[in-house]
Design a protein around this ligand. Structure first.
Ligand code: O2Y
Ligand code: MN
Length: 588
């Protein structure tokens, strides 16, 4: 027996002694196992059968109404030194963290089955992939992990060969928000999550492993674990460039990853290929370029707003074999959500009550679909390439109703890191708490970086070592609003025009003007044929407001200072350089 299997068996025994389950089931990931779990969940009401004619193999799950989103205020990073977790994380010492949750786990699986779920994040044969094991008492979590990761026997076989694996212990507990903690112990490659059965709190391979633990691991091993989609942009010559893009939660990463080009572009032969919609692991290859994999095998996408016009590829992906969580249901038992725009109406809301628009939406704003990436019509064959895909451009973006133009290019890597570090966005329903409040969300990693942001920025900067051939960095803002409160840019498929300009910049073929905030395209530099833009849009999307940016840079300076002496001087110098450039062009 390999040493990691011995370590795994020992840990499973330990956990069973602590949690006291009635039975232990080692998941092999087979169809037979899944069918048995689904039947069991159907019998006890955890899963509700949807219309099998229209949505074969699809199910509805209704979570506890108090358990519908990630809980950042209950999410902790437990490092020996508090400064290693940083001001960006809630911290507890490892001893306190273990004591706090172990008291909750004590005896919590009595009367329940404990599932042991071996999984691999990334293609099973990729050197960039990493394995983990989630122990959970939730069959719903098992069914989701089977879709979202490479789960079961092949992962267990890989674990046997590996030097380490991530240990994730999960229990739904009593689903009591007062007894809920999501604890990370990055120094021990361990996660303990108690009291929630929802999404990122419970599917431990996703945010907990692939971002919080992996970001910590990546820092010491010289790679990056990022909250980014990965797409391939194929031009009419058949040349594909890969782009990784970070946007805060629920800002349209899935839509961008599955973009359908505008009609004229389609006719000319442009295509977009989806590699991933949420998480990207990348590391320098032997040629110095960054190579990326999507560690996930499925999509846990936001349902509301998904329609044949906003994201036809997502809609096609979820016609079968999909788990829907917290959506509404139509009279003939089809899943329904706000913005589906399919001519149907809901009769039952996400809480299982008769739909009443004056009471609540039919679908919870953070309702989700879980589906295998293989069902996506534009899933890239390269997503399974163990070597990963070479990244040509990195994009940062957020919801910025004012100030920030449609797109600009960072001057160089250091400037790009500052652009990522300074990212701001309005909050969304993906996490509990107020929606629509502007907050800084560096690299869209605010909820997910497993260590001090100051050290994280230093790690990003360290990739510029003179040997690596790093991608260009851009910032986009699809969400700029006009005086009337409406979006100035049409977004969705039209975003391809912006991606085309970026690749033009990468190939040194596209024009831009230099400004203190970066390189901006003029109206003539983007192909806007067939796009109707108001005069206000033309003015605001392609220009920068000097006094507004001076205030923004001052605020960025204050933000960086908030991290104290660990903040890399190079980033502070970069902020100062831009301030000086902005002041230098001040009209006299
Ligand atoms: O994990 C959740 O509970 C919902 S949030 C989420 C789900 C899928 C992908 N990304 C996110 C996110 O918050 O970034
Ligand atoms: Mn996400």
């Amino acid at each position: 027996m390999g040493s990691q299997l011995a370590a795994l068996n020992e840990w499973v025994t330990e956990v069973a002694e602590l949690t006291g389950p009635d039975a232990i089931h080692w998941c092999d990931g087979s169809d037979v196992e899944n069918a048995a779990l689904v039947a069991q969940m159907q019998a006890d009401g955890t899963l509700i059968e949807l219309n099998q004619q229209t949505h074969p193999g699809s199910w509805l799950h209704r979570s506890d109404p108090d358990d519908v989103a990630r809980v950042e205020h209950l999410t902790f990073v437990c490092t020996t030194e508090q400064d290693d977790a940083g001001p960006n994380n809630h911290w507890m010492s490892p001893a306190d963290g273990h004591a706090k949750v172990d008291a909750l786990f004590d005896g919590c699986m009595a009367g329940r089955t404990m599932y042991v779920v071996p999984y691999c994040m990334g293609p099973i044969d990729s050197p960039l992939s990493r394995c983990g094991v989630e122990i959970t008492d939730s069959p719903y979590v098992v069914a989701n992990m089977r879709i979202m990761t490479r789960m079961g026997a092949p992962a267990l076989a890989r674990i046997e060969q590996e030097k380490s694996f991530v240990k994730g212990l999960h229990s739904v507990g009593e689903l009591d928000p007062e007894r809920r903690f999501i604890m990370h112990f990055p120094e021990e490659l361990t996660i303990k999550s108690y009291g929630s059965g929802y999404g990122g709190n419970a599917l431990l391979g996703k945010k907990c492993h692939a971002l919080r633990i992996a970001s910590h691991q990546a820092k010491s091993e010289g790679w990056l674990a990022e909250h980014m989609l990965i797409l391939g942009l194929e031009n009419p010559q058949g040349e594909t460039h890969y782009i990784a893009a970070a946007f805060p939660s629920a800002c349209g990463k899935t839509n961008l990853a599955m973009l359908i080009p505008p009609e004229g572009y389609r006719v000319d032969g442009w295509k977009v290929w989806t590699v991933g919609d949420d998480i990207c692991w990348m590391r320098p290859g032997s040629d110095g370029r960054l190579y990326a994999i999507n560690p996930e095998a499925g999509f846990f996408g936001v349902a509301p707003g998904t329609s044949a016009s906003s994201n036809p590829n997502a809609l096609k992906s979820i016609q079968s074999n999909t788990i829907f969580t917290n959506v509404g249901v139509t009279a003939d038992n089809q899943p329904w959500w706000e913005g589906i725009d399919n001519g149907m109406s809901p009769v039952t809301d996400w809480r299982g009550e008769p739909y009443d628009a004056s009471k609540r939406p039919a679908a919870h704003p953070n309702s989700r679909f879980t589906v295998s990436a293989k069902q996506c019509p534009c899933y890239s064959p390269e997503a399974e390439n163990p070597a990963g895909v070479p990244i040509s451009a990195i994009v940062f973006g957020g919801r910025r109703p004012s100030l920030v133009p449609l797109v600009f290019e960072a001057r160089d890597w250091t400037h790009g890191v500052l652009v990522g570090a300074a990212m701001g966005s309005e909050t969304t329903a993906a996490a509990s708490g107020a929606v629509g409040v502007m907050r800084r969300d560096p690299m869209a990693m605010k909820p997910f970086c497993g260590y001090n942001f100051a050290d994280y920025f230093a790690h990003w900067l360290s990739l510029d070592d003179g040997r690596n051939k790093l991608p260009k960095i851009f910032h986009v803002n699809w969400f700029r609003k006009g005086e009337d409160g409406k979006f100035l840019w049409p977004g969705f498929g039209e975003n391809l025009r912006v991606l085309e300009w970026m690749i033009g910049r990468v190939k040194d073929e596209a024009h831009a003007i230099e400004t203190p905030i970066g390189h901006l395209p003029t109206l003539d530099d983007l192909n806007l044929d067939g796009v109707s833009l108001s005069d206000e849009a033309r003015a605001k999307l392609f220009d920068f407001d000097r006094p507004g940016w001076k205030a923004e840079l001052d605020s960025i300076g204050d933000y960086l200072e908030g991290y104290g002496p660990r903040m890399p001087q190079a980033l502070k110098d970069e902020q100062q350089r831009i301030v000086k450039a902005l002041v230098a062009i001040e009209p006299s």
